[in-house]
Each structure stands twice: as C-alpha cells, then as structure tokens.
Design a protein around this ligand. Structure first.
Ligand code: PEP
Length: 248
C-alpha cells in the first residue's frame, strides 16, 4: 500500500476547504493507494460527510489526549473518532515548534489515538540548527524513543512514522530541498530505531516540500511507503496529479 497524506494546515478557510473537498469527489483512487486529507479542524466534520462514500479519508491535524474534561480549546482524539476520522497527524513540527508541543505531549497523543482506534502518523524531524551542529540523529532518535518505548500496539493497530526535516517543510510552498539520498539515510536510522521498540513493520512516510515534480524521487526510496505533502495537497489539480503518479 502507498499513502498520500495531504496536510492542508491553515492554508484554506472554511469555504475553500469545502470546495476542495467537493473537487476531490471526482478523483479516482487506484487500488493499492490510500489518500487521507487533513483539513482545518472546523471543516473536518463537514468534509468527513462530503467524502464518506469515497476512497478519500479525512484525518485530524492535531488531537488532544484527554477524551473530555476541563481543557479549553482542545479537541480530543476521541471526538475525531466519533465523527469518523481514522487518522491523525501527531507531533507535526509546526505543533512542536510554534505551539511548544513536547515529546511527552506527543506520547500522550499517540496513546489517545490508539485508544480511539485512530491511526497516528507520528512526525519526527530535526531543525536546520540541529542538522548543522550534527545533532539530527540524536533529535530523531529521542523523538522516536519518547513516542514508542513501551508502547503497546494491537496487531490491527495502524501507526506510521513520517520523517519531516523541519528545514525542508515549506512556508507557503517554498522550502529547502532535502535530497532523497539524505532522506533515505535518516529513514534507515528510523527503521533501525523502531526495531528496538516494536517487531511491527511500521510504514515510513517522507514529508518536506513534496510536490508532483519530486514525489517519485522520494517514493523510489525502498523504505518509503508514502508521502506527506502540505502546500501541494491544497489544490485538487496537484493532489490528483500525485495520486495518478503514485502508481505509474
Ligand atoms: C507538511 O505539511 O508536513 C509539509 C511537509 O508541508 P510542505 O509539503 O508544504 O513542505
């Protein structure tokens, strides 16, 4: 199975998100490809309904760990599960770096997803400074350890790890390029690290300025089961281009 996880971030407003969702009604998803879109939270329930009879799944960009309680502004993993979401991004670098999400919070969110039958896509990656100062591997290993050490996974629990070098994630579509060979090196390390915590073959995803023009170069890496485009997933044209390219 190959995956396209389209993170719409906060690029689109409510109406634009719903228009894009309706355009996706026409996309044919080939066998062996899974497409999940992650709209802005307020649009998720409506888009979940729009796409419920299609092969395009809808996920959460972020979840809160507690199912209910005194957590102003929080939307629980359980709440997303209740409206039909089966996937969630957890620990995206923008959550970690802009909103101060810690490794401990990421762990709680991973566990909350598992309890709610949601497949977490655990995002890891180093900043530019960490890469320059030779701390990239340390950072990624620590993020993985915190998320996976002692984590209990039922046989049918889906879980993913997305390697997203923070410096390669675009701002409005413009980002630095992480060469596929550099991504491949880190993905090998991630695979070896994950083997310490789980005997499961956890699918690995690459994200960082992925678009139709470069997607194939990342998917050509043996270890890559899919891609996580942000900006390039916010237009029906480029999203459908990627869907069509993934099998050809
Ligand atoms: C992302 O949303 O995780 C991402 C990688 O964004 P972009 O493709 O725009 O770099």
């Amino acid at each position: 199975m190959k995956y396209i996880f389209g993170n719409w971030k906060a690029y689109l407003d409510y109406d634009q998100s719903n228009i894009l969702a309706h355009q996706l009604l026409d996309i044919q998803i080939p066998e062996g490809v899974a497409v999940v879109v992650f709209p802005t939270t307020l649009a998720v329930p409506e888009i979940e309904k729009t796409l419920q009879d299609t092969e395009v799944h809808v996920g959460a960009q972020n979840v809160h760990w507690a199912p209910s309680g005194a957590y102003t502004g929080a939307s629980a993993a359980a709440l997303f599960a209740q409206i039909g979401c089966a996937y969630a991004l957890v620990g995206h670098s923008e959550r970690r770096h802009i909103f101060g999400e810690t490794d401990d919070a990421v762990r709680k969110k991973v566990e909350a997803c598992i309890e709610s039958n949601i497949a977490p896509i655990v995002c890891v990656g180093e900043t530019k400074d960490e890469r320059i100062s030779g701390k990239a591997e340390y950072r990624v290993k620590k993020q993985l350890m915190k998320a996976f050490d002692g984590l209990e996974l039922a046989d049918d629990q889906q879980i993913f790890v997305a390697y997203e070098p923070v410096w390669a994630i675009s701002k409005g579509g413009v980002g630095e390029v992480c060469l596929p060979e550099d991504a491949g090196e880190m993905l090998s390390l991630i695979k070896a690290e994950l083997a310490k915590y789980s005997d499961r073959d956890i699918p690995l995803i690459y994200g960082g300025s992925v678009k139709p023009e470069n997607m194939a170069s990342y998917l050509a890496l043996d270890l890559v089961s899919g891609v996580l485009p942000g900006h390039a997933s916010t237009s029906a044209q480029s999203l459908s281009k990627m869907v069509n390219l993934i099998v050809s």
